[in-house]
Design a protein. Structure first.
Length: 276
């Protein structure tokens, strides 16, 4: 357990540098975008990005929207880093089983994914708070909306509902890491079992078949989850009942099963091939 914790800490430190870089890039990108669009606005921008709303609300809106861009980018970057580590002979020399090294590697990226999401949430809260405090239009708008919701007693959203939404987002992030490793491990396992299909073309075909199978499975999952998450606002306003927990349970089962399969595959069929 001590070795597991030390390896996790080392991997977390390395990957947290990317998380810090990503949040800095997000803020700088939002700031530059805000400056250019705010001062060059022609009055054609609508929704929350109207010039008359003020600089801080403009910056908050851009920063918040950029979260949906930078978080997936971070997922992709760390997924590629995970696979490089899985291939690395150096990391596999750690006095642990291959399955535990894989688990450490995946969890360190996953925790950093959550860490980046928390940094983005904190940044959004700070920018919103500044907008609320120093922009009268923003304050009046939010006060009016909250008063209308309280008066009409429309909102059914609870902390439990919000927790369910957060858990689904977290489980989806973990699923991305697991699926990419699964594709890597299964294609390698098939090649090891069938040496005659070691050509790159056939390996590519095998991976495409696996991707199609996974996409079919994820489509079935989406059809199950779609009625739950199709219109979050309708749940928040009380137009529909919120039923998130079946989806949370489904994604948890998928993640656990896929993690167990990956740990088995890396232990039995996946050998490191290069030093990194």
């Amino acid at each position: 357990m001590a070795v597991f914790e030390r390896l996790f800490t080392e991997l977390f430190k390395q990957k947290s540098k990317k998380a810090h870089l990503m949040i800095m890039l997000q803020f700088v990108s939002a700031l530059v975008t805000t400056i250019f669009n705010y001062f060059e606005s022609t009055g054609e921008m609508k929704f929350v990005l109207q010039k008359e709303n003020g600089f801080l609300p403009f910056l908050f809106a851009i920063f918040f929207l950029f979260s949906f861009l930078f978080l997936p980018i971070y997922l992709i970057v760390t997924s590629l880093q995970n696979e490089r580590i899985n291939h690395s002979q150096t990391w596999r020399l750690a006095p642990m089983s291959d399955a535990n090294i894989y688990l450490d590697n995946t969890l360190s990226s996953f925790v950093n994914f959550i860490y980046l999401a928390l940094l983005q949430t904190l940044g959004s809260i700070v920018l919103f708070g500044l907008s609320y405090l120093f922009n009268k239009r923003t304050k009046n708008g939010w006060d009016g909306m909250l008063a209308a919701i309280r008066k009409g007693n429309q909102s059914r959203a609870t902390l439990t509902d919000l927790l369910g939404i957060v858990l689904i987002a977290i489980l989806l992030g973990l699923l991305v890491y697991l699926v990419i490793s699964f594709l890597n491990f299964t294609s390698q396992a098939i090649v090891d079992f069938l040496p005659a299909v070691s050509s790159k073309f056939i390996v590519t075909i095998i991976r495409l078949i696996l991707i199609i199978a996974i996409m079919w499975l994820l489509t079935r999952v989406y059809l199950f989850v779609k009625p739950i998450v199709a219109s979050p606002l309708s749940y928040l306003l009380g137009e529909k009942e919120l039923e998130l927990w079946p989806a949370v349970g489904l994604f948890t089962i998928i993640d656990v099963v896929l993690a167990a399969v990956n740990m088995f595959l890396i232990s039995k069929f996946f050998e490191a091939k290069q030093n990194k």
